[in-house]
Design a protein around this ligand. Structure first.
Ligand code: GLA
Length: 388
């Protein structure tokens, strides 16, 4: 990434030179989908596509942010204003605003404002956590430039709070944790209930990860996402009549089967079954990875997609076409949707020397079936949000 572009745009917009640059990645998730808000495990990592920012201080109390991805739209708000409200006309600024409000709640006064030019090469709204990328970006700008002492896990939690309370999405901790805490060439095996985590080397031999983006526009993802969260809570309450559990992530497959009569409602049963089995698959997948048993890892990843398709019902024709056509290709170990679903992206793990043919063939099937093109990205696994 040539950072001159950022510096130049900063200078043209704000008529001053930038003093620092930041990078905040997006994320993929190897396995463990819709388990985070169920107190289960996830296995994500940060990717080299992400959001960049050029920073320069101001003498007044304004934060002025210009987005290169939004036609250089420029929005300013006041620091010290602890009653920052969401802006309905510039939705993109709300991730910055929410995070700024919550960081200020946690720390001492910030005495002067700043200008920020932001640009990202992460496809937005594509299930690769562009919003967490932005939240952690502004989180680092605030903590590093103003010497605020906020623990990195706490910073991720403030990002989640921004989603939950400022944006209105009942999402879990996975995205912000992955974006902020990742290490190069590793995936994070995270227990979302305790936040205990281990870094496992992402050793895929002669395979590589290909990100496949549906390019589907206009989804109802947010309301459907909140519905799934609610359905899992309902199923948990029913199980709590006999089981002393806090989350679906607290039980294994056998316990679930034994007590499933308590749920006794088809939709809730399917949602809960996904949450329980997906959590167990994630634990098994990290063992398979440690044992270098790639075939088993691949089967678990494929099973994750099937469960998200039929039990959790968050895939849709676009993601099913990507995963289904990936499974048919030579050299493809596995594929599944990632993130919230309903559009967005999938990943495939493919033999390096067959990656080009893979993209061409899956791309053609997708175009023929869906009527427009998918996009493909090859992911490098990188460190979490940092100053450049
Ligand atoms: C979105 C949410 C995450 C997680 C995933 C599904 O990315 O932000 O918290 O729930 O969906 O696993």
């Amino acid at each position: 990434m040539n950072t001159d572009f950022l510096k130049n745009n900063f200078e043209q917009t704000f008529k001053q030179e930038s003093t620092d640059l930041f990078f905040s990645p997006g994320r993929i998730n190897i396995i463990g989908e819709h388990t985070d808000y169920n107190g289960g495990h996830v296995f994500p990592c940060a990717i080299s596509l992400g959001t960049y920012a050029a920073y320069g201080p101001r003498t007044d109390k304004k934060i002025a942010i210009c987005s290169g991805n939004m036609d250089n739209d420029l929005v300013a708000f006041e620091i010290g204003d602890r009653k920052l409200e969401a802006d309905p006309d510039h939705k993109w600024i709300n991730y910055f605003k929410g995070m700024t409000a919550y960081v200020q709640d946690e720390s001492r006064e910030i005495d002067h404002g700043f200008n920020l030019y932001v640009w990202g090469n992460l496809p937005y709204g594509a299930g690769l956590s562009s919003s967490a990328s932005i939240e952690m970006l502004i989180g680092h700008v605030l903590t590093e430039e103003y010497g605020l002492e906020i623990d990195p896990v706490k910073l991720a939690q403030l990002g989640q709070k921004t989603e939950n309370e400022f944006i209105g999405l009942s999402s879990g901790i996975m995205d912000q944790f992955a974006v902020n805490m990742s290490k190069k060439d590793h995936a994070i095996f995270l227990d979302c209930a305790s936040l205990k985590h281990d870094y496992l080397p992402l050793d895929l031999g002669d395979y590589e990860i290909i990100i496949m983006t549906t390019n589907k526009k206009h989804t109802l993802a947010d309301s459907a996402y909140n519905d799934r969260v609610r359905e899992c809570q309902e199923a948990t309450s029913k199980l709590q009549e006999k089981l002393r559990i806090d989350h679906l992530g607290d039980i294994d497959e056998e316990t679930f089967n034994e007590y499933s009569y308590l749920i006794n409602e088809e939709t809730l049963l399917k949602r809960a079954r996904h949450a329980v089995f997906e959590n167990q698959r994630t634990i098994k997948a990290t063992k398979a990875m440690a044992d270098k048993d790639l075939d088993r890892l691949g089967r678990l990843i494929n099973a994750s997609h099937v469960s998200l398709q039929f039990d959790y019902e968050v895939t849709g024709k676009e993601l099913d076409t990507l995963a289904g056509s990936a499974w048919q290709q030579d050299g493809c170990l596995c594929a599944r949707m990632i993130g919230g679903g309903f559009g967005g992206s999938a990943i495939a793990i493919v033999k390096e020397d067959q990656a080009e043919a893979f993209k061409e063939k899956v791309g053609k099937i997708y175009q023929d079936t869906i009527g427009y093109a998918a996009s493909f990205y090859e992911a490098k696994i990188v460190d979490g949000t940092h100053k450049l």
